[in-house]
Design a protein around this ligand. Structure first.
Ligand code: NAD
Ligand code: GLY
Length: 383
């Protein structure tokens, strides 16, 4: 699925192309250092030579919009003014969605219009949902600029916004036409955000790729430090893993649920900390994955040494691995359990846990003894 592209002097490093196979809705994910620099022709091929409507945020605009606009101009496209939204999770609400839709529709668009999301998962999710909604669905392109969005949210077509009732509860499946993951954009990303994205990279190793996990044990610190080859390999392998899972189960009726390893616990931890900067999504996933391994050990499903290996690697790169690693939070086990019971994946009142038999061998299970979950959480918040 991965093939080296031809390199030019303007794009000196290799570019990997990962194909997500979904029949007529298949698309390429381009991964490489400075791949955005020469991406104009690929974008033009989708827009029919017209300018895409670029949506970005106020942090990303000054850093990476000039590169996008340069490559568009080099391809004969005069960019139109980008729509710049405030940065951060609070932007993924109905008020900003309305503002975005208004800005898009005010341009008098036709069905051939193409949106382009330049930014992290917040921009990708809200822009994708705007593309799914405008004129009942127009094309969009993802240019993810955080590690989390490059390895996870830009791939697979889950789009949406948050509701006061919960995170990501309003949305649609709508696949992008192209994903351009330029790993050089990560040079400007704060280290804490890089680490949060790295948790999702480790997730692929833990759910089904033990060899990739072993590679990360050797090379994870190079990935986080920004080594160009290591970073490209990590993003490419992650996208390849996600593309294989989504290609086989687009609507999450089977294996796609494995991508939620650590997320049921993680969402509850995020809810308790207000979905803000106290605990980033990837940090919550890191703690949640350790809890999922510990739960699997307690249920007699997984060897304790595998859980320890997962925990040790996440801790070594600098990720939090237990709720008490987050300073100043009074954890309330009843509140965490209540949040978990409200998860989108709850069916007939039963929580779907992603558990593990070993490193790289995850599966889902609904009939987990609530007493074991409670005891696990009580111990975790006391340590
Ligand atoms: P984000 O989009 O908020 O980006 C994090 C921060 O980094 C923001 O302040 C942003 O402005 C800044 N930033 C982005 N790129 C930068 C760069 N290159 N240099 C400097 N700063 C930069 O957050 P995120 O972690 O990318 O994404 C989180 C969102 O993704 C959540 O809303 C989550 O629900 C969603 N998500 C969606 C999926 C999916 O499948 N659709 C999967 C996982 C997560
Ligand atoms: N991030 C989980 C999914 O895309 O299914």
């Amino acid at each position: 699925m991965t093939s080296p592209d031809t390199s030019t002097s303007d794009t000196p490093t290799a570019i990997d192309t990962v194909r997500l196979d979904l029949g007529p809705r298949s698309y390429d994910i381009l991964v490489g250092d400075r791949v955005l620099d020469g991406a104009g022709p690929r974008i033009a091929a989708i827009t029919g030579g017209k300018a895409p409507i670029v949506v970005t945020d106020e942090n990303v605009a000054p850093l990476h919009l000039p590169t996008l606009e340069r490559t568009l101009r080099e391809s004969g496209i005069e960019p139109t003014q980008a729509i710049v939204l405030p940065a951060g999770e609070k932007t993924k609400d109905i008020a900003h969605f309305e503002r975005l839709m208004d800005a898009v529709l005010a341009r008098g668009i036709e069905r051939s219009a193409v949106l382009l999301a330049l930014g992290g998962g917040v921009i990708g999710d809200i822009t994708g949902f705007a593309a799914a909604s405008a004129l009942r669905g127009i094309d969009f392109i993802q240019v993810p600029t955080t590690l989390l969005s490059q390895v996870d949210s830009s791939v697979g077509g889950k789009t949406g916004i948050n509701s006061p009732h919960g995170k990501n509860l309003i949305g649609a499946f709508h696949q992008p036409r192209l994903v351009i993951a330029d790993t050089a954009t990560l040079d400007t990303l704060p280290r804490r955000e890089v680490l949060a994205g790295y948790a999702e990279v480790v997730k692929y190793g833990l759910i089904r790729l033990p060899g990739f996990f072993a590679w990360l044990e050797e090379n994870g610190e190079r990935v986080v430090a920004g080594d160009s080859d290591a970073r490209r390999h990590a993003v490419t392998e992650s996208c390849r893993a996600k593309a294989a899972i989504v290609g086989a189960d687009e609507r999450e009726s089977g294996d796609r649920a494995l991508l939620n390893l650590g997320h049921t616990f993680g969402h509850a931890l995020e809810a308790a900390t207000g979905f803000g900067s106290r605990l980033l999504h990837g940090e919550a996933v890191s703690i949640g994955m350790v809890l999922a391994f510990d739960l699997s050990v307690r249920l007699g499903l997984c060897p304790a040494e595998d859980a320890e290996k997962a925990r040790a690697h996440l801790a070594r790169v600098g990720l939090p691995v237990r709720p008490t690693d987050i300073p100043g939070v009074e954890w309330d086990v009843d509140g965490l359990i209540l949040s978990m019971a409200k998860d989108k994946k709850v069916k007939d009142g039963r929580i779907a846990f992603v558990l593990v038999r070993a490193l790289g061998d995850a599966f889902t299970q609904r009939d987990v003894d609530p007493a074991v979950v409670r005891a696990l959480l009580e111990d975790a918040v006391a340590r």
